[in-house]
Design a binder for this molecule. Sequence first.
Ligand code: ADP
Ligand code: MG
Length: 631
Amino acid sequence: MDKQTLSFQAEVKQILHLVTHSLYSNKEIFLRELVSNASDACDKLRFEALNNPALLEDAPNLDVRVAFDADAKTLTITDNGIGLSTDEAVANLGTIAKSGTREFMSALEGEQKKDAQLIGQFGVGFYSGFIVADRITVESRRAGLPPEQGVRWSSEGSGDFEIETITRAARGTSVTLHLREGEEEFLSGWKLKAIIGKYSDHISLPILMRKEEWDAEASKQVTTDEWAPVNKAAALWTRSKNDITKEQYDEFYKQLSYDTEPPLAYTHNRVEGRSEYTQLLYIPAKAPFDLWNRDKRGGVKLYVKRVFIMDDAEALMPVYLRFVKGVIDSADLPLNVSRELLQESRDVKAIREGSTKRVLGMLEALADSADDAEKAKYAAFWKDFGVVLKEGVGEDHANQERLTKLLRFASTDASSMQADQGVSFTDYLGRMKEGQEAIYYVTADNLAAAKSSPQLEIFRKKGIEVLLLVDRVDEWMLSHLYEFAGKPLQSVAKGSVDLGKLQDEAEKKQAEEAATAFKPVLDRLKEALKDRAKDVRVTTRLVDSPACLVVEEGDMSGHLARLLKQAGQAAPKSLPTLEVNAEHALVKRLDASAHFDDLANILFDQALLAEGGQLEDPAAYVKRVNALLLA
Ligand code: ADP
Ligand code: MG
């Protein structure tokens, strides 16, 4: 093919503009990105060669070579990995297949704007070369293609790139950066070695550079023709724990996850027994932008005997732990393991169970730590990842108990809320009143609404703690969780209030008498609201409010019905029960009122509003209130 000029996809142009105009700090990460691409290319070749050994040709030893030419001001990263065909060069270096460009752009708008570290996170690392280069030339030959089918790709990183067919004897790719004016610092063996040491030491294949020698005559360092490794070239997880520093663990994590911050915690173990494997698992400090996406996997990479197999090994981690990053290297699985096989393999199941337990163990260690700093880490974790962990309560029955101990809630207990740690079921149990038989909670759309639920009034008065559940997933979680340590979970808005032993005999008697005396009014209310309320009854759960709505045990809560409606799903229609506070002035006035029906409906509407519901007919409500104001 003759030389052709092609235009970059619009998204690539945007990225390039940002890369060349906005990224100033941590420029040096371009080398990490290019070395990581070279290493990926070698991994891909190794994997394809499992089924087609001919691809390795006569060069089975894979490596990455970094060289510079001070006179030409170029820096070249060469690998003998899988290489690129012409079509692949056009597609992979001219378009962005993955989504995430927009997220990348908006991340750059933020405070970290100028930090080049961000780039790798969004799968556009190749373009980071243009931070320091005003021209990049890529020469490549795909493994398996003849030398005449090599390709040269070249671009100045603005609107377009050139592509032409070349003859290239060597398999693999070389990327040459023509450094910009002012970027000469990267033309130093010492500097390049330092960058590789910092970011790429754990890369499992050798990174080679030309040896340098002191030339006494010229009195300067000169490069020789001899290549020597500049990294350890042993995959980090295969090394002994004692030989790995925290900085190395952190750097490996950053490379793996493209996170700019160090992880919250990690665990590194060699597991022996029925199934033999090494696990190195990390918990990130911050949630990624797409944490909510249950389909997004790929946190844990699967290796078999150090050969990279796949990085979306969803069979290795339950969905609710999708935030975990790391590596699992199995000694037992066959190298040509397929996705289907992964799903069924007993070894994989054992790995998954073992890894899940390790992650829960890490979380427990933070949560139960006597050290305040560690505890604070758990609080930070919970804030970002708690919603996802809650999915596990419903999905992972084997670990349900451990998971429920890790749950944290907002609560009506003021002192615990100040500590900003959230309340665990264990904390709650420790504060239960004498004679209290249930764990009380209320669900609502947000914290403010939960706190002002009228149903809480009697609990406040009696000093009984109530957990405030305001995450969307809570209702779903509660449909899988009925008790903790033998104490049932009880919604304060479900069923008739039964405080059991917490209510004294006098109170019970008083309530019964009130109910009897109030019976005629109740009958009138039932009649007036017969289309809206299943029942009307006197309650002791209210102190300041005149009325509230409750649902019967087993019926869907108003909150859940609203969530379903918002999600476009039909909620079974069941009428709520209206409970009235016979001690309230408004309720006392009912019987003698000439506007009984209006008042009855207003009571109902206000109760609905108070729990965050929406009036079916707001205009009718306004009309009734106005009629009363004028009466
Ligand atoms: P990512 O590495 O996340 O896929 P990059 O922007 O770093 O994104 O690279 C884009 C693509 O270009 C890679 O997915 C790969 O297909 C191709 N590529 C880059 N460098 C090489 C290389 N050295 N050898 C083969 N292909 C490469
Ligand atoms: Mg890359």
